[in-house]
Every structure is written in C-alpha cells, then in structure tokens.
Design a binder for this molecule. Structure first.
Ligand code: TMP
Length: 214
C-alpha cells in the first residue's frame, strides 16, 4: 500500500538489507569510488548521529527501554530531521550532490513492520519523498546473522527468527514499490565485496547518465 503521491528525489540513492548485509562497508567503498570519479556527493546513514538517532541507538543497544511503537516514531522523527534539517538530504540534493544513505524508509517498513505490524510504519512513512534508486543487498538471514555474530555485538533486532521475518517483509514492501518510480536494484550480497561494489556503481552510473536526471 504505497502512497502514489510520494515524490521521487532525483539523485537520492538508498541502501537497504538485513543486518550484516554489508551496506555500511559498501557505503565506504562507494564514497571512495565517487570521490575518485570527482562526482559531488554526500554519504549518510540512518539512524543518524543527530540527537534522535543517538537515542534510537541507545534503544537498540538495550540501554534505554522503549515500546516498539515508540521506536517506530523515533525512527521517523530522526528521518524527518535527516531529510529537512540543516545540512540534510534536501539541502545536499539542492546543491547538486548525489546523496547515498545507508538505510531509509524501507528499513522502517521492514523492521517496524515486523515489530509493530504494517499499519503504523506505513502511516509514519507515507509522507516522506522516495529515492531515485533503492539498492537492496539480498542475502539469507542465516548468512547475515553469521556475519553479525563475527562482529561480537548484537542489537535488539539481531536474532535469526526476527531477521527471517524482516527479509520476507522487505520482499513484500519492495514489490509494493514496483510501480512507484523508484528504480530497484537487487544485488546478491553473498558475492565478493568487490563484485558488490561494482554492481552498486553500475546502478549509480545508470541514474547519473539517465536524461531524466538533471
Ligand atoms: P544499522 O545496523 O544499519 O546501523 O541500523 C541499525 C538497526 O536499526 C538495524 O537493525 C536496522 C534498524 N532500523 C530499523 O529498524 N528501522 C529503521 O527505520 C532504520 C533506519 C533502521
């Protein structure tokens, strides 16, 4: 149930996937590649380092307690500031930069969709603009949780049954956005780090060369 009035922001790219899918590693590699290619850009992430995003991280680490519905609202409040606050996504896009965010509304639809049911995350996220490109880093939950275990620090969502449900919920929400104007690039995140970066850069190259992108 995607809101057809959601505007698409040109040159806005978001990475999505399960915990351990490699979005953070790929963000760093893509940042380096964009820098080498001298493409003006800003790489960013959610939850942000802004006050609400820091509170979200405390909840994720179990340091602060919050109801799942409260956490859903915190994610969307953090997103609002990330988009519209000073130096945020809208301002950067307005300066002609390519903006790449590690996670966006699709994380809320998938994770909070599992934690709270679909209605609240849909309501909280239906007013946000859409990205031009969504890169979905796909991998089985068993692989993603194996990687998270290797890091040695688990957050509240890092259990196999939860991640399996998140993967199914991602699939459902991605199919709802099939006709929304968002280009969806699905990448096999079990491939080598280099192969994944190459696939992401190809996707970014295709939106940069798209005549619809000013
Ligand atoms: P990270 O691992 O990418 O730093 O994200 C932190 C966790 O927050 C991760 O488990 C995904 C989750 N998350 C949500 O549940 N909803 C959201 O809207 C976002 C942005 C992240």
């Amino acid at each position: 149930m995607q809101d057809s009035t959601q505007a698409v922001l040109r040159r806005f790219v978001v990475f999505e996937g399960l915990d351990g899918a490699g979005t953070t590693t790929q963000l760093k590699r893509v940042e380096a590649a964009l820098g080498s290619a001298r493409i003006p850009h800003w790489t960013t992430f959610e939850p942000t380092n802004l006050p609400t995003g820091r509170l979200v991280r405390q909840v994720l680490r179990g340091e602060v307690e919050a109801r799942p519905e409260t956490l859903a609202r915190l994610y969307s409040a953090d997103r609002h500031e990330h988009l519209y606050g000073p130096g945020g996504v809208l301002e950067r896009l307005g300066r002609g930069e390519l903006v790449v965010s590690d996670r966006y509304i699709f994380s809320s639809l998938a994770y909070q969709g599992v934690a709270c049911g679909p209605d609240l995350p849909r309501l909280l996220n239906s007013g946000f603009p859409l990205p031009e490109l969504l890169v979905f880093f796909d991998l089985p939950a068993t692989v993603s949780m194996g990687r998270v275990d290797g890091r040695g620090e688990r957050e509240i969502f890092d259990t196999l049954p939860f991640q399996e449900k998140v993967r199914r919920t991602y699939e459902e929400s991605l199919s709802e956005f099939a006709d929304s104007g968002v280009k969806i690039l699905r990448i096999d995140a079990t491939k080598s780090i280099e192969a994944v970066t190459e696939a992401v850069m190809e996707g970014i190259g295709s939106i940069l060369s798209d005549p619809a992108t000013p």
